[in-house]
Design a protein around this ligand. Structure first.
Ligand SMILES: Cc1cc2nc3c(=O)[nH]c(=O)nc-3n(C[C@H](O)[C@H](O)[C@H](O)COP(=O)(O)O)c2cc1C
Length: 356
């Protein structure tokens, strides 16, 4: 049996294999509502055999959206359609997961596929963006309003309320989006966070927003279900957040009972020089995995596109879980094919057996 297709128990949940559909914004929602489109999209990845299907960055408040078409979980009415999606994912033996997100200063955009443009607050569908400090991401984007302590408390509560709705909708894992330069990452990184109160300055202060958010989410999320946190392991900038900070953070996350750290990178500044290539973020995951010594599970992501590449990552002990993004957009049945290539039991839906 390959490592990639060996089951993994995390708390009360069993992942039938180590492949997780990486969260990917589709920008196909209206007012945050999922539709049949999302059911078919996420359902296809579940039928395609992924161990878990994680829904895209799903906004915890309307002004926490990246783009107008983001999925949302800021009101109870969103729960009904999300429940259909989780039921279907579960019926395939896959684990339904959801990424909870607030876009911070990178919000208020119109986006679709390769196209994206910022929306100013006075433009149709635009809204005022908020962030730890009043520093714009780029000259073409809004200068955010600096968050007050009331805003901080309100948004942390919104994360918890969103987690409670996710539970009602049948999700078995939540991931707190703390990567890619969105709100929580904006607190963590010293580049966008120039606060002088106890949410800025030292690394402990910059991590406070995330830690308090985790505490609030844990108050509503059952102890027997896993919680993941996606981080940007580096800003790819000399004066920014770096891998040593990420090792420090991962140790703290383990201490807080977080089950999985999902190791991505970048997104805090527009001008970072990122060396992109096959498995380009893997060294960050493997450093954290080595330093953490099994205190929590480590997810690797980024241009992992073949069964053998994924298997090697696991057998080398560089990560515990493989998040796959674009390859699963190209081929929702990647996991079924990967199982065959690794001579493992393929999680093939019965009616598809003759094809495999
Ligand atoms: C269309 C698209 C949308 C994405 N949306 C999200 C998102 O909602 N949340 C997130 O953390 N990452 C998002 N990402 C990043 C992916 O989850 C993944 O980390 C990245 O694409 C690298 O992995 P890959 O090479 O396997 O695609 C997105 C990527 C793509 C291509």
């Amino acid at each position: 049996m390959s490592k990639l297709f060996s089951p993994l128990n995390v708390k009360s949940i069993t992942f039938k294999n180590r492949i997780i559909t990486s969260p990917m914004c589709m920008y196909m929602a209206e007012d945050g509502f999922a539709s049949d489109w999302h059911l078919v999209h996420y359902g296809s990845r579940a039928m395609g055999g992924a161990g878990a299907v994680m829904l895209e960055a799903t906004a915890i408040s309307a002004d926490g959206r990246i783009g107008v078409g983001d999925l949302g979980i800021w009101k109870d009415e969103h729960i009904e359609m999300l429940t259909k999606i989780t039921s279907f994912i579960k019926s395939t033996g896959s684990v339904p997961a959801i990424q909870l997100a607030h876009a911070g200063r990178k919000g208020s955009t119109w986006a679709s596929g390769r196209e994206s443009r910022p929306l100013m607050p006075d433009e149709e569908n635009g809204w005022e963006v908020i962030a730890p400090s009043a520093i714009a991401f780029s000259p073409t984007m809004q200068t955010p309003r600096e968050m007050t302590l009331e805003d901080i408390e309100e948004l942390q509560q919104a994360f918890a309320d969103a987690a409670a709705r996710a539970l009602k909708a049948g999700f078995e894992m939540v991931e707190i989006h703390s990567a890619h330069g969105y709100l929580i990452n904006e607190f963590l990184s010293p580049i966008p966070n120039k606060r002088t109160d106890h949410y800025g300055g030292s690394i402990e202060n910059r991590a406070r927003f995330l830690f308090e958010t985790i505490d609030k989410v844990k108050a509503v999320w059952p102890t027997e279900l896993p919680i993941a946190v996606r981080i940007s392991a580096t800003d790819w900038m000399e004066d920014g957040w770096n891998i040593d900070d990420s090792v420090w953070l991962s140790k703290k996350l383990a201490g807080k009972g977080i089950d999985i750290v999902d190791v991505s990178s970048g997104g805090t500044v527009p001008n970072a020089k990122i060396t992109v290539g096959s498995g380009y973020q893997l060294p960050f995951a493997s450093t954290i995995k080595r330093e953490l010594k099994n205190q929590l599970l480590v997810g690797a992501v980024g241009m992992i596109t073949s069964a053998h590449q994924a298997e090697t990552i696991l057998t080398n002990g560089d990560a515990d879980l493989i998040f796959i993004g674009r390859e699963l957009l190209r081929n929702p049945y990647f996991s079924l094919e990967a199982a065959k290539q690794l001579r493992s039991e393929a999680p093939v839906p019965k009616p598809y057996e003759l094809a495999f």
